[in-house]
Each structure stands twice: as C-alpha cells, then as structure tokens.
Design a protein around this ligand. Structure first.
Ligand SMILES: *[C@@H]1O[C@H](CO)[C@@H](O)[C@H](O)[C@H]1NC(C)=O
Ligand SMILES: *[C@@H]1O[C@H](CO)[C@@H](O)[C@H](O)[C@H]1NC(C)=O
Length: 581
C-alpha cells in the first residue's frame, strides 16, 4: 500500500469496498479478511486487525477514530452533541482520533508507573468525539456482548485509548468500545442556565451509547446487551447515567470501578467558578449571555491556559463537575436516591483497598512518603480537610476529634508509617468506600442486582513503592486492560504469573457479568475461560462482597463501622440546625 500513490490506492479501495459489500450480502460464510469494511449509519469504515502476545492466531478487528457526533465547535461548543456528519466512500479507521483538549500533565504527571505516555504520537483537538471498536468478529449475526468503556481522569483529562482493548476482546469473545468525551473547561463549565447548561461530557457519553445502539450489530455486537464500564471519573459518570432519564434504555448493565457520583457530587452553584474562569480568560463576566458568547470566541488552547494558570496559582485542582440541568439530571442525586428513582440495571461496583495510596497521598504530603508522618501532622491534615468541608460549623472540633480517634493506629500509635497508613485509609474510606457503599445499598434497595468488590491485588509493576502500599487507585487498569498480553504501544514489562492470572480472572468476571448479569456465570463464554469462585449477590440483608485477589474470596460487611462514620455520624455532626446558630 505504501508504494501506491494516493489516487491508485483510492481506486483500489473503491473496488475493495464494492467486492466486500457484494460478499457481505452473501453472508458471513465467505469469511472475513484483514481490513474489513463495516457499514455505519454515517458511512463505511475500514479497520485493521491486531492480536495479543499470547493469542497470535486470534485476530481482533479494530476500528479506530470513528466520529459518533458532529465536531462540538463554534456554535456547538457548550451545546449537547449533534449526530455525526455523514461521509462518502470508505473512511479509514486505522488511527485513534484526536484526544479532547486537556493538559496532559494531569494524566502523565502522576506516578502511575504506567508503561506508556498518554497522548504520545497523537493530536489534541476540539474535534474529538470518536469511538474505537475492538471485536473478535464482524459477522452481523454474532451478537456478542458489548462493553462500552468510559475513561477516568477527574473529568479534566484522559482519553478512550490507547492502550487498546484487544486483550479483553480476544480472551473473552466480547466487543469492546472506547470513547472520548468533552472534558474540563469544554466539557463541564456551566452558567447554571440555558446559556451554558453544563454536563456536555456526560451528554457526549449518552450520544456514544446511542451510536452503539445504532451501529454495533454490524461490528458483531448485540445492541440489546450493552454494559457500561469505567474507572474513577468513568465510574462516577456511569453512576450518574444510572440516575438519568436520558441514559435509560441505552444499556443493560453497568460497572463502576473506584468511583460513584458521590465522589464527584454535583455543583449546586456552578456560576461563581465559571465567572472566575471566564475572567481569567479575559472575558468580562457581566451576565451569563456575555460569558457564553465570550467563552465561545476563545480558542481551546486559551481556555486551557487560563484554567491551568488558576490551578497552578492556587496550588490545587479546581474540579469541574456535573450539575442539575433539568434534562440529564432532574434534581440532586441524593434526592433521586432517597426517592429510589434509580435505573435498576444490574450493577457491579467496587473499590481498591488503598484508593488514596501512593498516587493520592502526594497530593497531601509534600515530604518523602517513605518516612511517614507524625501524629501532629496527621491532626493538622484532618483539620484542614474538615475545614474545607465544614467551615464555620460549631461542631468542627468535635468532628476533628472523632476522626482522629477513629484512625489512631491500633497497635503502634507512634510509628510514623502506621500513622501515614491510617491517613491513607481515612481518605480512601471517606472519598471512595463511603460513597460506594451508599450507592450499592440504595441500588440494592431499589431492586437492582448488585455485585460488590474490594480489590486487594497490587500488580508487580510497582517495584519502587514501599510494601505497605496496597492496591492503589488505578491499579485495576493494568489488569482489566490486560497489559501483560498487549504487544503495544505499552512497553512490554516482565509481568509475573500472578499478574497474568489476576488479569485473566478479572477479565472473565467482567465479561461474564456483561454476558449474563452474573460475574461467576460463564455460560456462553469461551471454553478456555477460567473457572472462578462464585461471587454472591450483595443485598442489604446479606452485604457480601468479593475480595479480588489471585485467589478471590468472599466476605460479609465491607468496613461497616467506617461506612457508618462517613455516611451517618460525621454528616449528622456537620448538620447545623438553624436554632443552634
Ligand atoms: C510512539 O511512536 C514511537 C515510534 O514509532 C513508538 O515506539 C511508540 O511506541 C509510540 N508510542 C505510543 C504511545 O504509541
Ligand atoms: C525481564 O526478564 C528477563 C529474564 O529474566 C531479563 O533478562 C530482562 O532484563 C527483564 N526485563 C525487564 C524490563 O526487567
């Protein structure tokens, strides 16, 4: 192909398409070939194939960078996504589309030990609303279960791929779709009214679900068996989709890894922050109309720069989160949960056992993590955190005391490392376990089939982390991506036998769930899929969960005392009645 001129290769493609269309009208019996062409509602796409290191004879068809919405530029900025513009002929789908505007420092600057740089060799563009498909077959009658990946990155950074999803597709015979969605200043800024209603990134995800429903059959997928899965802000997004009338009916199951809505609750008053960002970008924030008009005239780069200068000036992240917009979200998620207005699809969710471990602790502690912290420093940190949440509250001292005594190291109260470990647990409990358990419980009450996990497995690729660091935020990514089996673009590292086994088990649990709604039911799955310990359903009466490890085991009651502390005791202390003021 490389020796051909563009014109002749185009002519060849024309014939190839004609032939493939002809062949496909005679059914899949004629077999599929490399460079398959698939028809979508917007036009035809030609993909390529890849494979994993351990299954060289199992091609996975990949279709990369397919637009699922119109470029959200000009008048479409800060608006819900519109359908993709149709194209003529066959679109080459062999390279990832541009990633959405973001500062890659927020992704690559953290000490994830990830064996590649995100965004390397790629372009950034506001025209970024694309999907990628990884599938073992393009037979239209295959009707394989579909997993739609929603990436993390605090709703400010991240991208659908790379790395790709060929390991999950090949090992489990499922179709995996990954997407980009609008982020940060372009995805979640809101004036709280119709000028800039907010939630564009979530609406992009809804539009991508519609794309899957319209098109995935032609890629070998079953449009009636779609499971959303995502990590961190992706898990948060999915938890929001379970509360939105717009997402209802577009998917059948959901998986939230390390994130539910309460980790990123809605901003009830988005306008002040939007004003600050608009002014930093040189806009005169007279009213919401002028803010919206002015922000639409700035380039994406200008907006990113203004946001970054604010964040770096403050020395802390400014979170841009979902809002109650009256369409995607009718009211605050807490109210929807109270009323049981929950989309009751099967839900698998969980957390890692050290969510604020090596990665997250460096946000709080500037010194060397290896030496631990003193008890005074611990108290100071708790006070700072409490002040942020409960400024001016008369019970502030009481809250600090309660937290400090609850997290005293039980056996070695003066050991700086034990104190640091407790601080890590405290943050993980308040930011992840509390919110996750609240969501698990409310969904189970509403009649959802819920499966809960705590991930205990620390992958072997963190040789420089101290032993006390357990399964950190993001460690599940290495495993669900099947990094031990990918040939690129990630660097091939020496993964252990345990890494590989854990990765295969995790992929099997996830795919079983997507296939049947039960993570340990391998019915209809590949015959060589690992046989796994039974993962019982979580119910309020039997709050059982799976401890994911090389050998998974079950337990009952995930830190019930800590859940009570963060979901009941502290909020109650923090609630000040009017007559008490
Ligand atoms: C970027 O390109 C180089 C050279 O082709 C390649 O070695 C590397 O793996 C690529 N990185 C990514 C993340 O694709
Ligand atoms: C992987 O293991 C092999 C054999 O033990 C060794 O020669 C090689 O240096 C290791 N590679 C890395 C990246 O650690």
């Amino acid at each position: 192909m490389t020796t051909l001129t563009k014109e002749t290769s185009r002519a060849n493609m024309f014939y190839l398409v004609a032939i493939l269309l002809f062949v496909s009208s005679y059914g899949a019996a004629n077999g599929q070939r490399d460079g398959s062409v698939v028809v979508t509602v917007s036009g035809q796409v030609r993909g390529t194939t890849t494979h994993t290191t351990d299954l060289p004879d199992k091609p996975i068809y990949t279709f990369l960078g397919i637009p699922y919405a119109a470029p959200p530029v000009g008048e479409l900025r800060y608006r819900p996504p519109q359908p993709a513009l149709p194209w003529e002929g066959v679109r080459e789908a062999v390279e990832y589309g541009s990633y959405c505007p973001q500062n890659l420092v927020f992704l690559n600057g953290i000490d994830l030990d990830f064996p590649m740089e995100f965004g390397e060799n790629m372009t950034m563009s506001e025209d970024c609303l694309t999907v990628n498909v990884f599938t073992p077959t393009v037979a239209e009658d295959a009707a394989l279960p579909v997993l739609l990946w929603i990436h993390g990155g605090t709703l400010i950074s991240g991208m659908g791929s790379p790395p790709g999803w060929e390991a999950l597709a090949a090992h489990q015979d499922v179709v995996v779709v990954s997407i980009n969605y609008r982020l940060g200043v372009l995805g979640f800024l809101s004036t709280g009214d119709e000028n800039m209603p907010g939630n564009y990134g979530l609406l992009d995800q809804v539009r991508a679900m519609e794309w899957v429903k319209e098109n995935i059959r032609n890629f070998g997928g079953d449009p009636e068996r779609v499971t959303l899965f995502g990590q961190s802000a992706g898990g948060v997004s999915i938890s929001y989709h379970l509360l939105s009338p717009l997402s209802k009916g577009l998917f059948q199951r959901a998986i939230s890894q390390s994130g539910t809505w309460k980790t990123f609750p809605v901003n009830p008053q988005p306008l002040p922050l939007t004003k600050i960002i608009a002014e930093a970008a040189g806009c005169v924030a007279v009213d919401t109309t002028t803010i919206a008009t002015c922000l639409k005239e700035k380039s994406a780069e200008e907006l990113l720069e203004s946001f970054d200068s604010l964040v770096f000036g403050l020395g802390q992240m400014l979170y841009l989160v979902p809002v109650v917009d009256g369409t995607f979200l009718s009211t605050d998620p807490a109210d929807l949960m109270k009323k049981g207005e929950i989309n009751t699809v099967d839900y698998l969710l969980g957390i890692n056992n050290q969510e604020v471990g090596w990665l997250g602790l460096s946000n709080f502690i500037k010194g060397d993590l290896r030496v631990g912290i003193s008890q005074e420093e611990f108290v100071k940190l708790v006070r700072t955190g409490t002040l942020m949440a409960y400024q001016g509250n008369p019970n502030l001292d009481e809250i600090v005391e309660t937290v400090v005594s609850e997290y005293k190291p039980p056996t070695t109260p003066d050991d700086p490392l034990a104190i640091l470990h407790q601080f890590s647990q405290m943050n993980g409990d308040s930011m992840m376990i509390g919110p996750t358990m609240l969501v698990a419980e409310k969904h189970a009450h509403a009649g959802t089939r819920v499966f809960l996990y705590e991930n205990q497995y620390r992958p072997s690729i963190h040789p420089n982390r101290p032993d006390w660091v357990g399964c950190d935020h993001g460690d599940d990514l290495f495993m669900i991506w099947g990094l031990p089996f990918l040939k690129g673009p990630v660097k091939v590292l020496n993964y252990t036998k345990e890494d590989k086994e854990f990765s295969l088990n995790m992929m099997a649990y996830w795919a079983n769930f997507a296939r049947t709604g039960d993570p340990s039911d391998s019915t209809g799955g590949p015959t060589d899929s690992p046989s796994l310990p039974t993962w019982p359903q979580y119910t309020p009466d039997n709050p059982v969960y799976m401890k994911l490890d090389v050998v998974p085991t079950t337990d009952v009651g995930l830190k019930p005392d800590k859940v009570k502390l963060w979901n009941e005791v502290i909020p109650q202390m923090g609630t000040v009645k009017k007559d008490e003021l």
